[in-house]
Design a binder for this molecule. Structure first.
Ligand code: DSN
Length: 405
């Protein structure tokens, strides 16, 4: 049966146009390849495969086993790891399984505060993590707005956490995983690295890897890694059985096998030379844009970027983060409002925007066009709404030249 659902077709057509015409700077978004999208919609969506390859709770899993084994093999290769679980439906579920398998309810976790760049699932009080575990936070240094390892060490000694989490959603600097390991060892804690944002940079060796340093590494597959929407976890052998049981049966039922096979496709793409160049270009573009904004006297949190994202303190253009997000959205430039360290505004308002280059780099934007968009961002933030029709046309003109994958 091949029925066209007109209402859905209309929505998708509009979304396709929006994705094509806008300049996407959401640091956690990307454009998956047409292969990844094709295999995400494969017939494996029809198959239940609770369990793991060779040990399923349903018959008929021989090809599901082959698919998952291939994803595992390719995932281990690109991360150079002993063990990978490719079943988490998302980054949050990968994290949930880590806590369930390694901790008891009420155990202490030490993580970066959400408003300093952490993540909801690292212990925020509105999230399951903050409700089930005793959460303590570390914070960025007020002056440098970077990780302050002396202070993290001090808090770790005071509270003696069972788990220390590093890996962030809005941190623009390189993460020194070795230093976290030393702190974790000194207080006998486990260490978890959530590399959702930087997984692609790590695979392409453009950021140090926490593999063989952290006890457990969780990630999404759709950000810099440019795969299907989903999660993974990389675990050292000694904890792998515990973690696997944490995913199934503790947190999830059947894996989304069509996504598992698309993860395998993405891992293959990420092992190519082209992906290394892509990852280098993400950082080059991020630095280029950051330098441009600094020349325009916009304040950049921690004064620079070393990865795929930067945070702009929108107080430097007399706007809240929410106002800046809305102004940019109205001209087809898509960013998200984001709390900055020591932000006086609440999370729905904030004093910053987060700008990331993974998606625009996938569109293969030239340096000139990127700087032109930088200028349009600056104009949008600093001039009246009267210019917005002109700016939107200019954004569309640039983006329309760049094909969608
Ligand atoms: N929502 C993702 C981000 O934007 O960073 C994290 O889950």
């Amino acid at each position: 049966m091949n029925i066209t659902d007109i209402e859905i077709e209309n929505i998708l057509e509009n979304e396709q146009k929006r994705q094509r015409d806008s300049a996407v700077f959401i640091a956690s978004e990307n454009y998956a390849s047409s292969s990844v999208r094709k295999y995400t919609s494969s017939i494996l969506t029809n198959k239940y495969a609770e369990g793991y390859p060779g040990q399923r709770y349903y018959a008929g899993c021989e090809f599901a086993d082959q698919a998952e084994n291939l994803a595992i093999e390719r995932g281990k290769k690109i991360f150079e790891s002993e063990h990978i679980n490719v079943q988490p439906h998302s980054g949050s579920q990968a994290n949930m399984a880590a806590y369930i398998s390694l901790l008891n309810p009420g155990d202490r976790i030490l993580s970066l505060s959400l408003d300093h760049g952490g993540h909801l699932s690292h212990g925020h009080n509105v999230n399951f993590s903050g409700k089930i575990y005793e959460i303590h936070n570390y914070f960025l240094d007020e002056e440098t707005e970077m990780l302050d390892f002396d202070s993290i060490q001090k808090i770790a000694e005071e509270i003696k956490p069972k788990l220390i989490i590093c890996g962030f959603s809005a941190y623009s600097r390189v993460i020194n995983f070795e230093k976290f390991r030393k702190i974790a060892d000194s207080v006998n804690a486990l260490m978890m690295a959530d590399i959702a944002h930087i997984a692609g940079l790590i695979v392409a060796k453009q950021h140090p890897s926490p593999v063989n340093i952290a006890d457990i590494i969780t990630s999404t597959t759709h950000k810099t890694l440019r795969g299907p929407r989903g999660g993974i976890a990389i675990i050292k052998n000694s904890l792998s059985k515990k973690y696997d049981r944490g995913i199934f049966p503790a947190v999830q039922g059947g894996p989304i096998m069509n996504n598992v096979i698309a993860k395998a496709v993405a891992f293959k793409e990420a092992s190519s030379e082209g992906f290394v160049q892509y990852s280098k270009d993400i950082i080059t573009n991020s630095k280029l844009l950051c330098g441009f904004f600094k020349d325009k006297q916009l304040r950049i949190v921690s004064d620079d970027t070393e990865n795929h994202l930067m945070l702009i303190d929108t107080r430097s253009v007399n706007l809240s983060g929410a106002e800046a997000e809305e102004k940019l959205n109205s001209v087809g430039i898509i960013v998200n409002k984001n709390a900055i360290p020591f932000d006086p505004n609440p999370p729905r308002i904030t004093s910053g925007i987060r700008i990331g280059t993974p998606a625009i780099t996938t569109r293969k934007i030239s340096e000139n066009d990127l700087l032109q968009i930088g200028e349009l961002i600056f104009q949008t933030l600093t001039t009246s709404a009267k210019k917005s029709t002109y700016i939107k046309q200019e954004v569309n003109k640039i983006m329309n030249k760049l094909p969608l994958p």
